[in-house]
Design a protein around this ligand. Structure first.
Ligand SMILES: [Cu+2]
Length: 479
């Protein structure tokens, strides 16, 4: 396992009630135990225990702290949840034994604390929940079981003074954590092909749109199902197409069946982050009203913490804002969103730990949510017809070099910078570089019948699903 950073000698935090003043300080050089990665045997065991626990408890939103016998405890451990983490950390108690945990949630969203051994305390924002735990001499680890929270660092341990935590003692000589990978499931349902046709511009100038933050399973590549988070049930979310000057009144609804809070951030809007973009809990809704002031291809996404996880797990989409005068008519309009999947176990949300890597290595890079879908189902076009593609790189972390093999973009409008058709010098473009959250409009024609691959020209990613195909005519250049 990789060596974990050790805590710096931070401020001593008081966390045990005053009736045990001896315990009200920390030993600052404490060797921090390894976190229970899901890629390690210990982590797997814990994960299994967790899954069993969560299934036993039913919906995570219900507080079902097991009944505890009224045995006297040695003191109270005050544990706080914040977005995203626990404080204080680490926690030390003077001796092994039974303690009462007072778990207070100072975050903006629901958190829980699950102790090794089973006790689970769930607290809504502002709430304090108590329960009793037995702390052995080897220490007692805990984590938050809400998707992504543990991976983002919501984990900790209660140690006993004078004892080295067992987790740390066993990890001194091991190598890197083995990657279990995710194995294709032949029984996974087939993916749903996403129609790449761009929608028509909405009529009128004021648009009332409902977006529901639906959490559901989705086949993201043949054989791979993830529990994705979506806007209106699809990845990407719906393409919204308006014109400069239009008003959008977005009703954001988080169904009560959701596990997580969600939010939305329209890059095409100009509003304060802590106004319209705030998170709403399951069962809540809000209205986010904005005006389309600038033309372009814009991203929208969920920004709820950890935003990386909410984006990586499917919560993004495209807004097309046409200039006030509209776009010139073409024969065919398509919308393609490039994005990455960092796979979690089958049927579970994507791996935040993988998405967090400084050098991101996505398992899949895809157009419109599904690996290889337009390779397996080429997009038909007519030879010579003018094609316009609205392209967005939703990331979350990898650049796109959007390229169509066999043709040249004669028109590119990338983030407001335009290459125009029939420019007097005769310039054209071969690839459009899109950092995460950048968008472009490109136009081209096919000179002859045949097949024209769609790729990101970062070719290490083409084999991971970032390839599609245009089929011009019957696809055969020799007939
Ligand atoms: Cu979200």
């Amino acid at each position: 396992m990789p060596e974990m950073p050790r805590p710096t000698a931070g401020p001593a935090l008081t966390h045990v009630a005053a009736r045990h003043p001896r315990a009200a300080h920390l030993s600052s050089g404490q060797h921090r135990p390894q976190p229970m990665s899901q890629h390690t045997p210990g982590g797997v065991i814990l994960l299994i225990a967790l899954i069993a626990l969560v299934s036993a408890c039913g919906a995570p939103a219900t507080t079902t702290a097991p009944a505890v016998t009224a045995r006297p405890t040695l003191g109270t451990i005050e544990l706080r949840a914040v977005d995203i983490g626990y404080q204080p950390e680490p926690i030390e108690v003077p001796r092994a034994g039974r303690y009462t945990v007072a778990f207070r949630n100072d975050g903006q969203q629901t958190h829980d604390v699950v102790f090794r051994g089973g006790l689970r305390l769930i607290a809504e924002p502002g709430q304090t929940i108590t329960g009793d735990v037995d702390v052995p001499e080897a220490g007692l680890s805990f984590l938050c079981s809400y998707p992504g929270h543990y991976e983002a660092g919501m984990t900790g341990i209660i140690t006993v003074a004078g004892h080295r935590p067992a987790d740390a003692a066993t990890d001194d000589h091991s190598g890197p954590a083995p990657s279990l990978g995710v194995i294709a499931d032949p029984a996974a349902p087939p993916y749903t092909l996403v129609d790449a046709t761009a929608p028509a511009r909405l009529t009128g100038t004021v648009h009332e749109i409902t977006l529901e933050t639906i959490e559901r399973p989705m086949t993201v590549a043949t054989g791979f199902v993830q529990q994705v988070w979506t806007f209106n049930g699809t990845v990407p979310g719906p393409v919204i197409r308006v014109r400069v000057g239009d008003t959008l009144r977005i009703r954001l609804v988080n169904p009560s069946s959701s596990v997580l809070p969600h939010s939305i951030d329209f890059h095409a809007s100009m509003v304060a982050w802590n106004d319209e973009m705030t998170s709403i809990t399951p069962g809540a809704e809000k209205v986010y009203e904005w005006r389309a002031n600038y033309a372009g291809v814009w991203m929208y996404h969920c920004g709820t913490s950890p935003a990386l996880h909410h984006i990586a797990n499917g919560m993004y989409g495209m807004v097309i804002v046409e200039p006030r005068a509209g776009l010139s008519p073409v024969d065919r309009e398509l919308a393609l969103v490039q994005s990455e999947w960092y796979l979690g176990p089958q049927g579970e949300p994507g791996s935040l730990a993988a998405a967090m890597a400084a050098a991101p290595a996505p398992d899949l890079v895809v157009f419109n949510g599904v690996a290889n879908q337009y390779l397996e189902h080429p997009i038909p076009i007519a030879t010579g017809e003018r094609v316009r593609v609205f392209v967005l790189n939703a990331g979350p972390s990898v650049d796109s070099a959007f390229h169509v093999v066999g043709t040249i973009f004669d028109t590119v409008i990338k983030e407001g910078v335009a290459l125009t058709r029939d420019n007097p010098q005769g310039y054209g473009a071969q690839a459009v570089d899109l950092a995460p959250a950048q968008g472009a409009i490109v136009e081209f024609t096919m000179a002859e019948d045949g097949l024209y691959p769609i790729v990101t020209h970062a070719f290490n990613l083409v084999g991971r699903g970032a390839i599609g195909m245009f089929q011009a005519g019957d696809g055969d250049p020799h007939r």
